[in-house]
Design a protein. Structure first.
Length: 368
């Protein structure tokens, strides 16, 4: 996505092996690499330990070992107001948003890029994402899945503006995770190569999700009904559950799962067994679609229809579908096979062969 001549390239580094090797590969190619550590979260966990303190120590260690310049950038305020607060508000309204997708769009590929342009004089940004970029014959950017299909992260990049991808580099997108770790060992970064991967929502880390969210959302009692109309009473331990999640209510002999949540009426509906038809859907809508693929956007706007694949969760199997553009501007999605737990707020991402076309937020109808 850029010329082979020596360039100034900012690399978003987390202190982990993926972004470290991304920086190493660019440095090896002769570029002037600047490591950037983004501080997005400012609260310690229950043990009083702030994981970002460990990460920034590893970041400094990696940059020193690679012989590259480094900067620390504070985006705590931006993250709180533009990522975390909207996430909490949507969750309180009964939807299940994905803050990592929002963070990529607003912080990493917007605020960070702006910082690099204004303070470092470069538009070139690299990250340690497992994804690849190519250019069409007409010069349009294409977001492609990573070589390592088990680590592919295009799902989390599907809401990034395609103009932000034009000066972006994903140096490890053509490598397997095992290759990345082996490279780190070869260049003497055993500490980074053997570091445990960060999992889950970025600002929660290893903490219990519901216990964490309970600090920000007031506990609420919901009326609980079964799919056949039986009333099970009011319960306060169910308001944070999402569609498809098991409902843990005392005294119930069989397993029940959440079919729907109405945050306005404070009602949750349950179905018995994970294979109950009410938990599966072939039809839903998508709003605020972001098209990375120029061709896909052109086709949906002109033909009002697109045949492709989709996934509604990271690394879920790709599902064939038909996408239709509605007069409301929403996309109506119909899948060939029913999908489990299609949940309002989560992200639906569209694919064609190996290309990530873009995506949007799931709603159950175009009136949402």
């Amino acid at each position: 996505m850029m010329s082979n001549s020596r360039q100034v390239i900012a690399v978003a580094m987390s202190g982990g092996v993926d972004s470290t090797i991304a920086a190493y590969l660019l440095r090896k190619q002769g570029h002037d690499v600047i490591g950037i550590f983004m501080k997005n979260w400012d609260i310690t966990d229950e043990t009083g330990i702030c994981s970002s303190d460990k990460d920034i120590t590893d970041f400094f260690h990696s940059c020193s070992h690679l012989g590259i310049r480094h900067k620390e950038v504070n985006f705590v305020k931006d993250y709180w107001h533009q990522v975390f607060s909207p996430f909490i508000n949507e969750y309180a309204q009964g939807t299940t948003p994905n803050p990592d997708i929002t963070c990529n769009k607003i912080i990493k590929f917007n605020a960070l890029r702006r910082y690099c342009r204004e303070n470092l004089g470069t538009n070139n940004l690299a990250t340690g994402h497992y994804a690849q970029l190519s250019t069409s014959s007409h010069g349009h950017v294409k977001l492609m899945q990573a070589t390592d299909q088990l680590k592919d992260q295009t799902y989390f990049l599907a809401n990034v503006d395609r103009t932000s991808l034009k000066n972006t580099i994903f140096p490890i997108g053509n490598l397997l995770k095992s290759d990345v770790k082996q490279l780190a060992l070869q260049i003497g970064l055993k500490k980074i190569a053997t570091k445990k991967e960060s999992m889950g929502v970025c600002f929660i880390g290893k903490r219990n999700f519901k216990r964490f969210i309970n600090q920000y959302i007031e506990n609420q009692k919901y009326d609980v009904h079964t799919i056949d109309g039986q009333y099970l009473g009011k319960h306060s331990n169910i308001f944070l559950t999402t569609i498809g999640e098991r409902a843990r209510i005392g005294g119930m002999s069989e397993r029940w799962y959440v079919v729907s949540k109405d945050s306005n009426r404070k009602v949750v509906t349950l179905a018995p067994g994970i294979n109950h038809p009410a938990l599966y859907s072939c039809n839903f809508c998508v709003r605020n679609a972001n098209w990375i693929s120029h061709n896909a956007e052109l086709q949906i706007s002109s033909m009002k229809e697109l045949i492709c694949d989709l996934r509604i969760r990271h690394l879920a199997p790709l599902a064939p579908c038909k996408v239709k553009l509605q007069l409301s501007g929403f996309l109506e999605v119909t899948t060939q096979q029913p999908l489990f737990a299609v949940t309002p707020g989560q992200f639906a991402v569209f694919y064609s062969q190996n290309e990530c076309l873009g995506g949007g937020q799931v709603v159950l109808s175009d009136k949402s």
